[in-house]
Design a protein around this ligand. Structure first.
Ligand code: URA
Length: 244
């Protein structure tokens, strides 16, 4: 990354404005790579920089992309007047101003949610034209059949007349309650629930297992999150293994 002025680094990577950041620097309250720096115009490469304000240290990263294992009960938003948001699950020092959920999981849906401060990455994850596959495990009321799978594969018409892109449905168990893996490459509002509703089924539980080839097998635990490195982030855009 090209070097940036320290006051700009503070304004881009912390919640301080450029003016407040410059003031903190002049007062000697900012350390960069272990030494106090009182010059707001001093330049540093932000990637991997050890930055401390009033002794509270953090390592900067060019992009902040986190993998959250979302529990039920949180909405996928940065703020909400009534509900708890997924941002509340992120520690204060990681709540970068531009941090945003890349797509939405409903309040009662659990599982893999990406939060990123990289707008282009966010767009790439959610844009249907990029064909990023999202895999869900769903428990539904009623018996799933191969006709349901064929209808998913053909492109379902859901309520309101919207047509879904062809989707995958792998039935894991069928009975009064059935379990299945569902794979879609778009994110219409309540899409999976509306797809099952179009087939006369109600979703009882919904859990996102994977986006692309990135899944939750290496953690984190429900309610926890971890930073993704560039190699793991790239897995989001790889085609997953075929459904069973
Ligand atoms: N589809 C839904 O219906 N809900 C979600 O949370 C995600 C996909």
């Amino acid at each position: 990354m090209p070097p940036l002025r320290l006051d700009r680094i503070l304004s881009e990577y912390t919640s301080y404005s450029r003016r407040d950041g410059a003031e903190l620097i002049r007062k000697g309250r900012v350390c960069a790579d272990g030494a106090v720096c009182r010059d707001p115009s001093a330049k540093f490469d932000p990637e991997g920089l050890y930055l401390a304000v009033d002794g509270s240290e953090r390592i900067l990263h060019e992009s902040n992309t986190f993998l959250l294992n979302k529990p039920a009960g949180f909405v996928s938003a940065t703020e909400d007047p009534r509900e708890r948001t997924v941002l509340e699950l992120i520690r204060e020092e990681d709540r970068f101003p531009a941090l945003f959920p890349a797509g939405r999981l409903d309040k009662d849906t659990t599982g893999l949610l990406i939060l990123t401060s990289d707008g282009a990455l966010c767009h790439r994850v959610i844009s249907p034209s990029r064909k990023v596959w999202k895999t869900y495990r769903a428990a539904v009321s009623g018996r799933l059949t191969e006709e349901d799978a064929a209808a998913f594969a053909a492109g379902l018409a859901i309520d309101g007349g919207e047509i879904c892109r062809p989707a995958g449905l792998a039935i894991l168990s069928a009975g009064a309650e059935s379990e299945a893996l569902v794979r879609i490459c778009e994110g219409k509002y309540h899409q999976v629930k509306r797809m099952f509703a179009a087939r006369g089924k109600t979703v009882l539980r919904l859990h996102r297992e994977a986006v692309g080839r990135l899944d939750l097998t290496a953690g984190p635990a429900p309610g926890q999150y971890r930073r993704l490195d560039p190699e793991e982030t790239a897995l989001l855009f790889e085609d997953p293994e075929p459904l069973p």
